[in-house]
Design a binder for this molecule. Structure first.
Ligand SMILES: [Zn+2]
Ligand SMILES: [Zn+2]
Length: 141
């Protein structure tokens, strides 16, 4: 499968253990929207240019189990992305501010998980909609 997105590398999207790649177009659409909005906000508030790298998108069931994900994690279906925080000269809390503000302003995602140093977004229509949660007891999903 060729790289399905101009703004995200195949390495960012594929499973790190087996290089398999399943990614839903609706997830990429949301990430593109979020990327553009986050860029505008960071430029406006912090006068910094930021990109939107993703640290995890597709996970095969084996790798998902290894990292402690739930068996039906949205990552297994190529419907989720984790956005790392604390990059481009922003502190983790500044970067979290930019990304959460961009999520609400763009309306790109309505399922959001807040981690200490990353934010999970997904487009899994089989799970509860319009929810934000945290991982403060358990780091990964
Ligand atoms: Zn794998
Ligand atoms: Zn995640």
């Amino acid at each position: 499968m060729p790289n399905p997105s101009p703004n995200f590398t195949r390495e960012e999207l594929e499973c790190p253990c087996c290089k398999a790649l399943i990614v839903q177009p609706i997830l990429l659409d949301g990430l593109e929207k979020l990327r553009a909005t986050a860029r505008d906000i960071a430029l406006d508030i912090f006068e910094t240019i930021i990109y939107l790298p993703v640290s995890s998108v597709y996970r095969c069931p084996l790798h998902n189990a290894e990292v402690g994900g739930k068996w039906d994690s949205a990552h297994v279906y190529g419907k989720a992305a984790d956005i790392p925080l604390g990059l481009y000269g922003l502190s983790v809390s500044q970067h979290r501010y930019v990304i959460t503000r961009a999520i609400t302003m763009s309306g790109a995602f309505n399922r959001v998980g807040i981690n200490r140093t990353s934010i999970h977004v997904d487009v899994d229509e089989n799970k509860a909609q319009n929810v934000w949660w945290d991982y403060y007891k358990k780091e990964a999903e």
